[in-house]
Design a protein around this ligand. Structure first.
Ligand code: PEP
Ligand code: MG
Length: 682
């Protein structure tokens, strides 16, 4: 018998031996007149997590009427009702007359409801979403369930309940859904910018966060604006309905003129973690003219507005945002995650800015720096192109010498940002064709810029183009055909590390060789790195520790991991390429058939997002086992996109990885997922 059945039995004095095979339910009606009502309540605030009983009701109504957004629901508590009235610019007199709370209208029923909600929460040890009906002055409980909540409320409720002694630390950690943390990590309005912003109307704070964007009035326009401009729009509707779902997903935020905190827009937006202001009744929306008239202003389609989903305020124009505050409850949850996780979480970061962001989110190192990303910054691309277009090794070395100080500077920034935590820097990986201009116009411009005949550039670009570049001249194959590239990068990494170390900072250097499939490929690269290291150490009459490891992203590397580990001092599973090569699905072309494969249930999820445990996962397990068979203390991690996806993180835990590495904004998600995996295992 489940918990709810037991509670039902207890509440209704049903003897255990009766079982629960049949449940007889009374029919009750909330629309039997002025002494009847119906409502939806939450034992805590589903948007903010605040420990306040709240909800909405309507006199002489059916449940449908409360959520449909047709009649404006009233608040259950006096306090909630006053807050609501303030947000709506309604005077206390008008509120008390037209929109009184249940607490005022039916005080004794309210008292009973308040007591029951408290009991239910203590019993289920979670925030409850309660539906009730009042028929002729008598309260009937229809149902209760754990309430849906925003990411912010999820964290606050878990941490509050932990402090209240209602749940323990492990439950608090397990209670929070990793993917929902995402909502907390997004920017809020800049405090100074918001001071100067003009509030044009106030609605209900239906789903927290900040949103800014051009106004659109139809869901399909939100989709269109995003697809065409990459900009998320603010979707303004009188009210939303299920057909608007995709547009809501594509919008930066949602503003509605009608509907309460339990309206479609509010509930759906909260579920999506999207900023939403609902029930801004003063908005006069004209769908035909595509305008809003509000308090003397006319806002046209395409004009920018900004929403504060935590206060319900709507501002004219674009308001600058600032990063989310990661202290308080969030910080405490992250501390607990750190306490229970056994895997570390690193970040994939290519710039000091990303690295600092990752560090702020609690990353304990960098698991992947894709050095080629630095090649596109500033003047670097010019030197890179010179290197690629050079006729011979000497020419390449001249260009590489120009790149050396730039790369060294980049790496110094990364080491500093990571404050002594390990930093994995990967040697050049993409095919060189990616760095050269592809159109005739760009090639002619480059010819002029670097003083090389256009024909020569065009011929080189043609020579570099490959039928199947992802399986072509890339990864360690580049460093093995042009050792001078590896030499330059190894020198830049080691010199940067020594420079930062000289300032008194701890530095942990890990150099990673990409796309190895054969241990000899790695040996060749390691020899180059070690030789450069000896040169640099001799020049400086100093030394620094460093590790040389490899990505395991070619299936052959996984199955010959015992040989590879003879050379590699660490493994990092590059599950993007490993998935591509194991499944034979191009990571760039999967979208063409993925929807059909999902539809036909051939695949359960996109294997580039959720790790394919039975295929790729088995290769990972085998490689870890074989690698550690050769080198017992082999450090193993993952740096493909899967490193920030909760179910893949769980798999990595079971596979015995030492760390996962993911993009900075997914670090908290991975930390929580890692803790949950460890707790679930125990
Ligand atoms: C990978 O293949 O998983 C990886 C991290 O490398 P990239 O995505 O740069 O190929
Ligand atoms: Mg790769």
């Amino acid at each position: 018998m489940n918990e709810r059945a037991i509670l039902y039995r207890k509440l209704n004095n049903i003897p255990a031996e009766w079982g629960t095979a049949v449940s007889v339910q009374a029919m009750v009606f909330g629309n039997m007149g002025e002494n009847s009502a119906t409502g939806v309540a939450f034992s805590r605030d589903a948007a903010t997590g605040e420990n306040i009983f709240n909800g909405e009701y309507l006199v002489n109504a059916q449940g449908e009427d409360v959520v449909a957004g047709i009649r404006t629901p009233q608040q259950i508590t006096i306090e909630g009702s006053r807050r609501w009235a303030k947000a709506q610019n309604i005077t206390e007199e008008e509120r008390a007359e037209k929109y009184p709370s249940l607490e005022e209208v039916m005080p004794s029923v309210y008292g009973e409801l308040n007591e029951i909600q408290h009991h239910l929460e203590v019993y289920f040890k979670d925030m409850q979403d309660i539906e009730f009906t009042i028929q002729d002055g008598k309260l009937w409980m229809l149902q209760c369930r754990n309430g849906k909540r925003t990411g912010a409320a999820m964290v606050k409720i878990a941490m509050d309940m932990l402090r209240e002694g209602l749940i323990d630390e492990k439950t608090a950690v397990l209670r929070c859904e990793p993917a929902k943390l995402d909502e907390l990590l997004h920017p809020v309005f800049d405090k100074t910018a918001i001071k100067n912003a003009k509030v044009v109307v106030k609605g209900l704070p239906a789903s927290p966060g900040a949103a800014t964007g051009p106004v659109v009035f139809f869901a399909e326009d939100a989709e269109k604006v995003l697809a065409e401009t990459g900009q998320k729009a603010v979707l303004v509707r009188i009210e939303t309905s299920p057909e608007d779902l995709k547009g809501m997903l594509d919008a930066a935020g949602i503003l509605t003129a009608r509907g309460g905190m339990t309206s479609h827009a509010a509930v759906v937006a909260r579920g999506m973690g999207k900023c939403c202001v609902s029930g801004a009744g003063e908005l006069n929306i004209d769908y035909k003219a595509r305008t809003i008239n509000v308090n003397g202003y006319t806002i046209k389609e395409g004009d920018w507005i900004s929403l504060n989903g935590s206060t319900g305020e709507v501002y004219l124009g674009q308001v600058a945002t600032q990063d989310a505050d990661l202290s308080g409850d969030f910080g405490q949850l992250m501390e607990l995650a750190g306490k229970y996780a056994t895997m570390k979480v690193r970040a994939n970061a290519d710039t000091p800015r990303d690295a600092a962001q990752a560090f702020a989110f609690g990353a304990e190192g960098i698991g992947l720096c894709r050095t080629e990303h630095m090649f596109f910054e500033g003047d670097r691309i010019k030197a890179v192109r010179e290197m690629i277009l050079a006729d011979d090794e000497d020419g390449r070395r001249v260009a590489l010498n120009k790149l050396l100080p730039m790369q060294r500077g980049d790496f110094e920034g990364l080491f500093k940002a990571m404050k002594g935590y390990p930093v994995i820097i990967r040697l050049l990986d993409p095919p060189l064709h990616e760095f050269v201009p592809h159109t005739e116009k760009e090639q002619r411009e480059l010819a002029e810029e670097i003083n090389v005949p256009y024909e020569k550039i065009a011929a080189k670009v043609e020579y570099l183009s490959e039928v199947n570049p992802m399986l072509g001249h890339r990864g360690c194959r580049l460093g093995n055909t042009y050792p001078e590239i590896t030499e330059m990068q190894a020198r830049a990494i080691l010199e940067a590390a020594m420079n930062v170390h000289a300032t008194g900072m701890d530095v942990k250097v890990e150099i990673m060789v990409p796309l190895v499939g054969n241990h000899k490929e790695l040996r060749y690269q390691k020899n180059i790195i070690d030789t450069v290291a000896q040169q640099v150490f001799a020049e400086r009459n100093d030394k620094i520790d460093y590790l040389v490891g490899t990505m395991i992203e070619v299936p052959r590397a996984a199955v010959t991991a015992n040989q590879i580990a003879e050379v590699a001092e660490f493994f990092s599973f590059g599950t993007n390429d490993l998935t591509q090569m194991t499944l034979g699905f191009s990571r760039d072309d999967i979208a063409k058939f993925l929807p059909t494969y999902l539809d036909k249930n051939i695949l359960k999820a996109d294997p580039f997002q959720v790790l394919d445990r039975n295929g790729v996962g088995q290769l990972i397990r085998e490689a870890v086992m074989k690698g550690r068979g050769t080198r017992m203390d082999l450090k193993c991690g993952i740096c493909g996109e899967h490193g920030g996806e909760p179910s893949s993180v769980e798999f990595c835990h079971y596979a015995g990885l030492n760390y996962v590495s993911c993009s900075p904004f997914r670090v908290p998600i991975a930390r929580l997922a890692a803790a949950q995996a460890a707790l679930n295992q125990k």
